[in-house]
Design a protein around this ligand. Structure first.
Ligand SMILES: Nc1ncnc2c1ncn2[C@@H]1O[C@H](COP(=O)(O)OP(=O)(O)OP(=O)(O)O)[C@@H](O)[C@H]1O
Ligand SMILES: [Mg+2]
Length: 255
């Protein structure tokens, strides 16, 4: 974390979050794994970005470092005007609760709480008031209005993941990071979640970054970034299923 803190890189106006020279190395010596090997990336505000790449290419590591869930070995990570690497643990925890949303492959809902209680949990923990108008807007966008009193085990997988999406959005985070959010869903439920993520960007102005292995899921995004061996290996705007498949064909076979 050697670079000085700045509020926006000159070459990345409008970035909601960005990283420069990001390195994450696990272990040391000959067995060291370079999960991220010098990544420069900007995530534009109000856009939906997908991240693809072979298994082990560093996608989850990038998301975790960007969201302050893991510490980079070196480099700079900025979310808005805040430099993640310079923050103390308490500050970071607060940032994660209020400025960042995270959606995991496994929905990570609390089974004893209702859908509504799960959605407001991050704000409740942070002792922040719930903006009811925004809550209603998110719940309407996610299409859960009639399921709010149900517990997770009374909801389908797609509904549970939509609750997790609403939970990630309710604090109006600067960025929502989603790591394979549709990985555990059938194609119908996946479509519901992806349509919601896209709508949260189009209608609610959210910034979303999503890891996916699925070209059809990635085609919901405004942009697809490809990782290979911990480096940026490609970047396409306004992707379609076809252009994503073409780009993947140039990467490793299990992408
Ligand atoms: N805690 C850890 N300790 C050691 N190595 C790790 C650790 N976490 C990840 N790695 C390694 O770092 C590399 C990148 O892992 P990462 O989980 O970011 O890949 P990924 O692109 O998300 O893969 P997948 O598509 O399988 O989820 C891999 O080689 C992985 O084995
Ligand atoms: Mg992963």
């Amino acid at each position: 974390m050697s670079l000085p803190a700045t509020t926006a890189p000159a070459d990345a106006p409008g970035a909601a979050a960005w990283a420069r020279a990001l390195v994450k190395t696990y272990g040391s010596g000959p067995t060291a794994v370079h999960a991220l090997d010098g990544v420069d990336i900007d995530f534009a505000a109000g856009k939906f970005t997908a991240i693809m790449g072979p298994s082990g290419s560093g996608k989850s590591t990038l998301m975790h470092c960007m969201a302050g869930l893991d510490t980079a070995t070196s480099g700079t990570v900025m979310v808005g005007a805040k430099e993640i690497g310079r923050m103390k643990q308490r500050e970071l925890t607060r940032l994660r609760r209020t400025d960042l949303g995270f959606i995991f492959q496994s929905f990570n809902l609390i089974p004893t709480l209702t859908a509504a209680e799960n959605i407001t949990l991050p704000l409740d923990i942070a002792r922040r008031p719930v903006d009811r108008a925004w809550f209603d807007e998110v719940v309407a966008a996610v299409g859960l209005g009639d399921r709010l009193k149900h517990k997770p085990d009374e909801l389908s997988g797609g509904q549970q993941q939509r609750v997790a999406c609403a939970r990630a959005l309710v604090s109006r985070p600067a960025v929502v990071f989603a790591d394979e959010p549709t990985g555990n869903l059938d194609s119908h439920s996946a479509g519901e979640v992806l349509a919601f993520l896209r709508r949260s960007v189009e209608d609610l102005g959210q910034t979303v970054v999503m890891v996916t292995h699925d070209p059809r899921s990635a085609s919901y995004a405004h942009r697809v970034v490809f990782l290979a061996d911990g480096r940026i290996a490609g970047d396409i705007a306004d992707p379609t299923h076809e252009t994503i498949l073409e780009a993947l064909a140039g990467l490793a076979p299990d992408a």
